[in-house]
Design a protein around this ligand. Sequence first.
Ligand code: NAD
Length: 346
Amino acid sequence: MASRSILRASSQALRSVTTAPIRTGKPSALAAAASFHTTRALFDGKNGSSNSQKNNQLPPGSLARTDESITVEYPEEGELPSSTPVTGRGGMHSKRTLASFSLEGKTSVVTGGARGLGLVMGQGLVISGANLAIVDMNKNPGATRVPKVTAHFADVSDADSVQGCIEGIIAEHGKIDSLVTSAGFTENYDAINYPIDRMRKLWNVNVDGTFLFAISVAKHLMERKAAGSMVFIGSMSGSIVNVPQPQAPYNAAKAAVRHMASSLAVEWAHAGIRVNCISPGYMLTALTQKILDDNPDLKRQWTSLIPQGKMGQPVDLMGPVTFLLSDASQYVTGADLRVDGGYTVT
Ligand SMILES: NC(=O)c1ccc[n+]([C@@H]2O[C@H](COP(=O)([O-])OP(=O)(O)OC[C@H]3O[C@@H](n4cnc5c(N)ncnc54)[C@H](O)[C@@H]3O)[C@@H](O)[C@H]2O)c1
């Protein structure tokens, strides 16, 4: 199922109405796609008009709407492009900084840590002194062992799998102090044609998976009477509606993740457990890079809406996640830290 998946979306669906996936004999989709092509032509300046003429010809609302012809499926495990750890960052240095930013002596768990944002955030935690347990369904993490890094399998959406995984981490590390839930994914379908099984899977991984890991780690911390910190990886999509790709269930799931962080922050404040959310904007991972390589127009549309004028790099999350897991943020809980180049403030 998956190899058709990811990338046909942006490239094929946007490029040609006739090759748009899954959509057959659907006049409204075709009409939307046609209107999108019109918009793109204007956007690309292909109609030979001057800028002011182009602006005048933009159909009202056209740049602020979703396009139901865009379909993107998340790939199966074996088809995920691998991510390489970043190099040239971290290690011992002589620059002065607050000691409270150090994660020395802490053990952190990162779900979805074998790839993408989770892999780089895990690196940031290790660089900041933490031991690390990477949890993923992907059994080939690309991380190196510095200082103590272990890899654990779990399907975060499965309660038994999560429980077994937590027990395995505690057996190897002796304890868990902090958690980052980066396991999650997005897909693009227009709402009416969203296959219900895929919608449920998306919800199970992004929402249930976050909840299951959070409660397991909270239980462990409470049994130890230890303070702890959790960071849920949400998305700016939990606060805004992306365009042009339709993704209503993902947007709703990330809104749920954000509010779950706030709710658990209140519920567990008495136990010294802080829970915050990081909401990234458009980040350049191996997966998004592949999508955009196939469809440069999509990248142009996305970046045109970002005040900083560029997509984020995974390393842009290293500092925010380290801050929120460290004692430097000890009075920060229930917060949503947006790391989006300013996207959501415009
Ligand atoms: N890349 C972006 O632009 C972006 C933007 C905003 C938010 N996010 C969020 O950041 C998080 C990480 O995204 P990414 O871009 O690094 O994605 P990714 O696909 O590169 O990495 C996600 C990892 O999660 C793992 N995973 C998926 N389902 C799982 C499951 N059921 N159990 C255990 N592991 C599972 C995958 O194997 C993969 O290693 C996601 O929650 C995503 O929604 C990403």
